[in-house]
Design a protein around this ligand. Sequence first.
Ligand code: SF4
Ligand code: SF4
Ligand code: SF4
Length: 360
Amino acid sequence: MDVYQKLQERLDSNAAGAPAAQAFSKILRLLFSPEEAEVANYLTWRLQPISKLAEKTGMDSDGLTAMLETMADRGVIFAKVKPGAENRYALLPTIPGLFEVPFMRPERNPHLKELSRLWEEYHGEGMSNSHAGSPTPQMRVVAVNETIPMVSEIIPFEIVSDMISRARSISITNCACRVSVNACDKPLETCFSFDDMADFLVERDRARFIDKDEAVKVLKMSEEAGLVHAINNSEDKLGVICNCCGCCCTLLRGLTEIKNPNAIATSAYVVEYSPDECISCYLCVERCPVKAIEENEDLVAIHKNDCIGCGLCVSTCPTESLILQRRETPPQVSPTGKELVMTVLEEKGKLEAFMTVNQE
Ligand code: SF4
Ligand code: SF4
Ligand code: SF4
């Protein structure tokens, strides 16, 4: 088996998935040299110290460190480097990971156009359905803070600013989907990472640290620009916050174009419309990222089944004709990120493959 096929199979053992496809084979060849792909085939989903990797690969520690460092700098593997401790390295999944990181600093990517074309092809060839291939979605929508009804059942993990206040470190960088697809002129610097991933991206000059006040300002600016807040589908802590547009975002297009209902979980809310005060300005039609509202005989028609509960129409409606209401049965959210990964792996039938890679 060639090193790239072996690497594709290894990457496919992650919850994100990496199904075999011509486009992905070409992507791997652009991201990894044959020697790098061979070394990546020794990495696991757990961080491993350089001494262990040198033993596994039979390479000398200095040469191996130099190779892994250039790979981490290019954002094709994950690394943790701490003064006084051994460097540690791990695989990066496809999403979020191999897709996003190379697009975060587009000016430094010599293969930008080719990678954009190939990822677009790959999403259609099976990557989107593979990512959304479990009944439990890996990401969920959170409603704009101000549009959440002030009732007792509000739960902190449904409020994105509350989730932010629990983070140790926060980074912000360019949205890979908008850099790659380039179908709109919405703001680019709206993609948040947290804690270890934030540290990694800043160390590798792919992102910059921001404090909690700036994070809240970026969320507000994103909402004003009509971007949907999307976060990892677990309660305990934030891994990422995406601020997504309907035209470029892989997740939202998974819903609207590929019609996969598991592409992203809705928020706990759904829109409700009272036509009495509606002035037919159609701002809501423009704002809805999933076309759940359309013009209808001087008023608007709402397709509640398509509503993801983002609140973007509610925050713009000048007459308060739209509100968010709590769903009768809000989607389940995993208590922790670890449980989410285990559930998705089990649902996709990949748990054994994932464990096997990690035991090597
Ligand atoms: S998922 Fe959304 S925010 Fe994240 S990179 Fe894609 S469009 Fe950007
Ligand atoms: S109707 Fe559209 S804009 Fe309004 S909350 Fe639902 S998905 Fe969001
Ligand atoms: S934004 Fe409000 S007032 Fe304007 S069309 Fe929509 S519901 Fe009616």
